[in-house]
Design a protein around this ligand. Structure first.
Ligand code: PBG
Length: 340
């Protein structure tokens, strides 16, 4: 990392920074950061049914796909060189209950989706979200104790371990716990070791903030439940904090995570940089639904040049230190990069 004190610079007029900016060739020559297709992870939504491509009103250009249409989308992503997809299930409300028990059904929607992808597109990484929110009637990521109003930590971890195992059995290669319970990475890693599943990667959502930017995602999968005003603040991080993020990452690495994630991205790029500098481990950024929606909406209004600000935002993540980025724009960006 460069320290300001170590930078040697001359003085005007002998030094003119604009010299290097005057032509495309010289700008390209000295560009420090590059976005490639290998930096992109594509989140997709899967829904029951056949021939379904459902529009999500708060995420223009993002769809809920039925399985028969989802798999060709993933195949397209793989053919463009996108290394990994993240699939999120839209669970029928009739299958939701306070315990989120559908999460443990070996034939639930997500496990069927993972099996189908693994079979048809074996070369792509499949990231499976480990959290109960798609399955719980209250919308929390864990077991909710009504009388105390608390999300129970250790009891939830036990369920998450079983859920994670189900995802792996279906063919998931990267477990991504997004629930923010304490100790879940260690519990999942220990269980994987005990089962002889030592090749399964864990991407921890280690630095996940209690953010308003998840709104369109919750609409997309119908997980807003009855979260109420306080939402997920008792387990997701306080946007005011950053030292705490380093402790979260340290714990998750000790417990056996291979990669860590900062989420959302743009309001938290300082954390991407701090985590990368401090730990030097694969650090990912999640450009979440609200970030995508914001850029898209302003583009549709004619207020911003969407293509340009999307690329600029992704480059910002990379410049901050991200090794890869989850973005709903992954496919369009991959196509654009190929065209270049
Ligand atoms: C579930 C989960 C969430 C997202 C990814 N996994 C939502 C939440 O925590 O409420 C959000 C992704 C996005 O907004 O794009 N634990």
């Amino acid at each position: 990392m460069s320290r300001p004190g170590s930078i040697v610079t001359g003085a005007y007029p002998m030094t003119r920074p604009r010299r290097l900016r005057q032509a495309a060739w010289s700008r390209n020559l000295v560009a420090e950061t590059h976005l490639t297709v290998h930096d992109l992870i594509w989140p997709l939504f899967v829904v029951e049914g056949r021939q379904q491509q459902q529009e999500i009103s708060s995420l223009p250009g993002v769809y809920r796909w039925s399985l028969d249409l989802l798999v060709p989308q993933v195949a397209k992503a793989a053919s463009l060189g996108i290394p990994m997809v993240a699939v999120f299930p839209v669970v029928d409300p009739s299958l939701k209950n306070p315990a989120g028990s559908e999460a443990l059904n070996p034939d639930n929607l997500i496990n069927r989706a993972i099996r189908a992808i693994r079979q048809t597109v074996p070369e792509i990484g499949i990231m499976g979200d480990v959290a109960l929110d798609p399955y719980t009637s209250h919308g929390h990521d864990g077991l909710f104790d009504e009388p105390s109003g608390r999300v129970l930590n250790d009891a939830t971890v036990k369920v998450l371990v079983e859920m994670a195992l189900g995802l792996v059995k279906a063919g998931c290669t990267v477990l991504a716990p997004s629930d923010m319970m304490d100790g879940r990475i260690g519990a999942i890693r220990q269980r994987l070791e005990a089962e002889g599943l030592d090749q399964v990667l864990i991407l921890s959502y280690a630095v996940k903030y209690a953010s308003g930017f998840y709104g369109p995602f919750r609409t997309a999968i119908g997980s807003a439940g009855n979260l109420g005003k306080s939402g997920k603040q008792t387990y997701q991080m306080d946007p005011a904090n950053s030292d705490e993020a380093l402790r979260e990452v340290a714990l998750d690495l000790q417990e056996g995570a291979d990669m860590v994630m900062v989420k959302p991205a743009m309001p938290y790029l300082d954390l991407v940089r701090r985590v990368k500098d401090q730990f030097a481990v694969p650090t990912l950024a999640y450009q979440v639904s609200g970030e995508y929606a914001m850029l898209k909406a302003a583009g549709q209004m004619g207020w911003l040049d969407y293509d340009r600000v999307m690329m600029e935002s992704l480059l910002g993540c990379k410049r901050a230190g991200a090794d890869a980025i989850l973005t709903y724009a992954a496919l369009e960006i991959a196509e654009r990069l190929k065209g270049n």
